[in-house]
Ligand binder design. Structure first.
Ligand code: ADP
Length: 584
């Protein structure tokens, strides 16, 4: 399943065609200097689509990386006009990123109007942050008014490398406490406790936390006040300072690139050595803090440009973590190489209780996976035919003989109204059911008459009447309990005939072909019960060309699933595997 992954920055666009299952990218292109070389994002998308190799590839959809999803988006989301507006609205929280993301989405939707477009948010993975980690200590009203809280970023990467780490460790992610260190130009740490992000170092914006290429990360807000006063910095000046002039670049005075800094530090450049030290120290500090947050740690993962490539930085960050049960193997660390084919390398010793791992991140794969998931769900809903539900209240089928015993000699059933299955009708006639304990009055008779009497009641009715009736297919009344019926002209005691009708689906043979089932198959049907969703097992399929597609539930079943007449069910499983297994 191929997904076009689009990652739009303010002046650049990265696009790739990714197999959502393997993560392999078939073709990719990067377009830079939007606004100079190409006029705008629309033109950039067109360029990208021209240069991407799409021969023989069927694109199933487009996954857009969107940086800020705010409170509104906690999972990948199918894009419509309203979603685009919401993402644009969130530009207030991410002025450097969301406007470009929106431009990209608009251009791609215009160029590829027939494909499903899905937004995959950087923030979504962290929507599980608990309140204690989410809130800044500022007045609550102000925070609420402006949506000021910690959101976290790099979600696709943290989610992706955590999952790869769990696979590598042959463990369920729900059993692991992972500290994920994404160290690229932007850098963040996440505490992933049993599969859920519970802490992360970036906050309202991607500026908080670690030292980054050009971003400061954590800084005393008082320092900004001081600088504003002493240097006369205005807001744009502070923005520029913290986002573009700080971090490794600011500390080293020469470069935002870790490779340059390592090189110069090795040559003795004091500022570059300090840059390295500050970077590594802050990372260690976060690792220790997040181990405390989770009450321990089972794996520490290093990823992205620096995490995957800098043995020095990993060594600095991960040495002397014995107190956490993490022992670095210096040789393994030095030799660690990861790539798309070998995405995980272990750099801890065999005796290390906590695994230290280098994992190759693949954000495009994470985005493609997220988009593919949404698209498959959507297709399922679009193409899966639903089955209308009918709810059978208690009712009675009678022989002509019984009709005459109850309603008088020569009496014919009179139709009150037709019911959904052709030829059948609800009758004017009603009878009372007299059980050992109590009586139920006025139970509707269904016509036409049948070769045997059959009284279909619910489990609740049984308790009320004081009897036990078996669950049976319609028509199968052998050895079921009897009951006394009272009509206006007589009373009739039956020796058998009371059943709970087995739930079933009436199908035309065309329906059966569509669902891939046969007469007498047993299937599972899911119903959306508004808070009481249920999957009904043991649903019998009955196929006849006179039938209209409909599933019959009794009142107890319908009430248990909180559904009403006219709602719909979805066929989720056929019983075929079960029967095959039994045969073997
Ligand atoms: P982005 O956030 O732009 O995706 P990357 O994940 O590509 O960033 O990471 C870029 C960072 O990785 C740069 O600081 C770069 O110097 C660093 N990096 C890449 N290769 C190495 C290496 N071999 N040694 C040290 N640092 C490296």
């Amino acid at each position: 399943m191929h997904i076009l992954v689009v990652n739009c920055g303010s002046s650049s666009l990265k696009a790739s065609i990714v197999d959502a299952v393997s993560g392999k990218s078939v073709s990719k292109v990067k377009i830079e200097r939007i606004g100079e070389v190409v006029p705008d994002h629309g033109a950039a998308i067109e360029h990208a689509l021209e240069s991407l190799v799409t021969d023989g590839i069927e694109l199933r959809g487009v996954g857009h990386r969107v940086v800020h999803g705010g409170e509104a988006f906690s999972r990948p989301t199918l894009i419509d006009d309203a979603v685009v507006d919401q993402i644009e609205e969130l530009s207030k929280l991410a002025p450097l990123h969301n406007p470009a993301n929106v431009e990209g989405i608009r251009a791609a939707r215009a160029a590829l109007p027939d494909l499903a477009h899905v937004a995959v948010f950087d923030t979504a993975f962290h929507s599980t942050l608990p309140n204690r980690a989410k809130h800044y200590a500022i007045p609550g009203e102000l925070a609420d008014k402006h949506g000021i809280r910690r959101y976290g970023f790099h979600g696709p990467s943290h989610g992706y490398v955590s999952a790869r780490a769990a696979e590598f460790l042959e463990a369920d992610i729900a059993d692991l406490r992972i500290i994920s260190c994404h160290l690229g130009n932007g850098a963040s740490v996440a505490a992933v406790e049993y599969g859920r992000s519970v802490e992360t170092s970036m906050g309202l914006t991607p500026l908080e936390g670690l030292v980054m290429g050009t971003r400061s990360g954590d800084i005393d807000p008082g320092a900004l006040l001081h600088l504003a006063r002493e240097e006369g910095l205005d807001l744009d000046g502070i923005d520029e300072l913290l986002n573009r002039e700080s971090g490794l670049k600011g500390l080293s005075g020469v470069s935002n690139d870790m490779r340059d800094i390592e090189e110069r530090a090795a040559e003795g450049d004091a500022r570059c050595r300090r840059a390295l030290n500050v970077f590594a120290h802050r990372l260690r500090k976060y690792i220790g803090a997040y181990a405390a947050v989770m009450g321990g740690v089972d794996a520490i993962v290093f990823t992205a440009g620096i995490g995957e490539n800098s043995a020095l930085l990993r060594h600095r960050a991960a040495q002397r973590l014995d107190f956490l049960g993490a022992r670095l193997d210096p040789d393994a660390n030095r030799d660690a190489k990861v790539d798309a084919d070998n995405p995980v390398a272990e750099i801890s010793t065999r005796r290390s209780r906590c695994s230290l791992l280098v994992v190759s991140t693949n954000e495009a794969h994470a985005i493609a996976e997220g988009a593919a998931h949404v698209i498959l769900e959507k297709d399922k809903v679009d193409t899966q035919r639903v089955i209308p539900l009918a709810i059978s209240a208690r009712h009675v089928h009678l022989t002509q003989e019984a009709v005459e015993a109850l309603f008088g000699e020569g009496h014919q059933l009179t139709s009150y109204k037709p019911i959904s299955q052709p030829g059948q009708f609800a009758c004017e006639e009603k009878v009372d059911l007299i059980g050992p304990k109590r009586t139920i009055e006025g139970v509707r008779v269904l016509g036409p008459t049948r070769p045997a009497c059959q009284i279909e009641i619910s489990r609740t009715d049984e308790f009320h009447l004081g009897m036990d009736a078996p669950i049976r297919n319609s028509g199968d009344v052998k050895n079921s309990p009897g009951i006394t019926l009272q009509g206006p002209n007589g009373r009739l005691t039956l020796t058998e005939g009371v059943i709970q009708a087995r739930r079933h689906i009436h199908m035309h043979s065309d329906d059966a072909a569509y669902f891939g089932v046969n007469d007498r198959d047993v299937v599972e049907i899911e119903v959306d019960g508004a808070g009481r969703d249920l999957i009904f097992k043991d649903v019998l399929v009955r196929v006849k060309d006179s039938y209209v597609l409909e599933m019959h539930l009794d009142t107890d079943e319908a009430n248990a699933a909180n559904v009403m007449r006219g709602q719909e069910g979805l066929l989720v499983a056929t019983g075929r595997e079960v029967r095959l297994r039994r045969k073997n």
